[in-house]
Write a protein that binds this ligand. Sequence first.
Ligand code: HEM
Length: 165
Amino acid sequence: MTGRVRTVVMCGVLVLAYPLASHAQDAAGGAKRPQADMQAMDKAMRALTAQIKDPAQNAASLAAVEQLQVATVSAKDAMPPLVAALPEAERAARLVEYKKEIVKLLRQELDLEEQLLDGNNTKAAETLAAIQATQQEGHRGFRPQRGRGPGGGAPRGGGAGAPGQ
Ligand code: HEM
């Protein structure tokens, strides 16, 4: 496939996928999708990944952790497109599973904050790795993938800790 044809096909996929996802979201009561919060989480995680081991940057790391926590709390109130697309009878239980995964993430982020406040960068780096594992777990369960369900258009950047996850 030439680059030009590929671009046209990818645009087509995006144009088709977005209304499908929006429609599913409307059917589910109009809850927002987590995308914007995820992008904010990704930005904070990129900063943390670069500097978590450096005690001299702990003030900046604490500021990034706070941004991560705020975006995570906001994502907790969102409805993933894959969940919005479920039949109504299945949706509530799946949304609870999504929220519990986000609660797990938030708990790890609070641990991370405490460890940075203690100046324990070794432990903070371990917790950051655990956060990245939760990110992968959450994405396996809830993030649309190319060709898989509503919202699953062409993938963008994969996230801070684990490209493509
Ligand atoms: C620090 C941890 C995490 C980071 C940095 C992160 C990052 C991202 C990024 C960069 C995207 C793509 C956004 C885009 O389309 O532009 C995304 C999408 C998504 N993530 Fe995460 N994520 C994290 C944790 C999680 C967890 C734990 C879950 C599930 C409980 C989750 C569920 C989702 C879902 C459902 C989407 C698709 C959102 C949509 O299309 O509206 N993520 N995430």
